[in-house]
Design a protein around this ligand. Structure first.
Ligand SMILES: NC(=O)c1ccc[n+]([C@@H]2O[C@H](COP(=O)([O-])OP(=O)(O)OC[C@H]3O[C@@H](n4cnc5c(N)ncnc54)[C@H](OP(=O)(O)O)[C@@H]3O)[C@@H](O)[C@H]2O)c1
Length: 281
């Protein structure tokens, strides 16, 4: 199934739905007990049309990247787009360079498609971190760069230190969280409007609110009944209907993978999106 895309630069379009991998293969240290399950989930997602996979150097203490590498090995390299992140605790020049090399090795790839600074680090000057990012771009170790969990004032600062396009800011956002994310408290009020104005896409992490019960919200339940969708499909459809917005749910059961893909294939009436916009959780 073809997932709708957003155009980010003249050369780059990205799908509105990608695959998140946090907790596949462990949280902060490797957990190898379910490797086959995670590789199967990533493989099944790709076979069903998912092209963008989001991971990070810290996930599973590096093991998650190895699982992603294992799964994508069976597919032509240009059919998958890999985002990974350098830990906010490793943003000195040499550490950024090393982290990208280590990620490439674990992923089994020569070049990272999109490399994000995972979270801001006030102790290291952004100029230093961006020197490393610019070198990685020049050396073609990474194709594109972006940010994660960055507030507006720091996005502005990053933009001072590079001519390269800033592809995305990956932030916590879903129908319930809105401005109440754990890192950023101004997502709807400041970050999204700033990104839109500056042609920076937004990647919503935790887009299906961790799979918690969304049917308990009357507006979502009402629309789920009206469109014959699950509450999570309504919430995801609302999210990706927004301009320059991508979502990367972690999904590992075939049921969730298929439901989330299907959530990209329908449109609701404008007044229903407005009702969801106005919903107070
Ligand atoms: N940049 C950052 O700081 C940051 C922070 C956190 C996460 N992330 C990224 O964002 C991704 C997504 O966030 P997340 O994993 O925290 O939360 P999430 O995607 O909102 O929730 C994942 C949970 O929801 C379930 N789920 C998925 N689709 C569903 C559906 N259609 N109906 C019901 N339940 C569904 C999954 O179950 P199953 O697995 O059983 O299918 C899983 O338990 C992460 O995996 C990671 O790649 C980035």
């Amino acid at each position: 199934m073809k997932i709708p895309e957003i155009r980010i630069t003249n050369e780059l379009s990205l799908p509105k739905l990608g695959l998140g991998t946090w907790e596949m293969g462990g949280r902060h240290v490797p957990d190898r007990s379910d490797d086959k399950k995670w590789i199967d989930a990533i493989t099944f997602s790709i076979e069903k049309g998912i092209r963008h996979i989001d991971t990070a150097a810290i996930y599973g203490g590096g093991h998650t990247e190895r699982l992603v590498g294992e799964a994508i090995r069976q597919h032509p390299r240009n059919e998958v787009f890999i985002t990974t992140k350098v830990s906010g605790d490793r943003v000195q020049f040499s550490e950024v360079i090393r982290s990208a090399a280590d990620s490439c090795k674990r992923l089994g790839i020569d070049q990272i498609d999109l490399f994000l600074l995972h979270w801001p680090n006030p102790r290291i000057p952004i100029s230093q971190t961006m020197s490393a990012v610019n070198k990685l771009l020049e050396d073609k170790v990474i194709r594109y760069f972006g940010l994660s969990n960055f507030p507006v004032e720091l996005i502005r600062e990053v933009m001072l230190f590079t001519d390269a396009p800033l592809i995305t800011n990956q932030i916590e956002y879903n129908i319930i969280t809105r401005n109440g994310g754990s890192y950023n408290r101004t997502v709807e009020d400041e970050i999204i409007p700033f990104c839109l104005k500056n042609n920076i896409s937004i990647t919503a992490w935790r887009p299906v609110a961790k799979g918690t019960d969304l049917g308990k919200y009357p507006v979502i339940a009402q629309l789920a009944a009206k469109y014959e969708k699950t509450p999570h499909q309504i919430a995801l459809n609302w999210l990706i209907n927004k301009p320059m917005m991508m979502a990367i749910p972690k999904m590992s059961t075939p049921e969730h993978i298929l439901q989330n893909i299907e959530a990209t294939q329908f449109a609701m009436e404008p007044e229903d999106y407005q009702m969801l916009d106005a919903m107070k959780a």
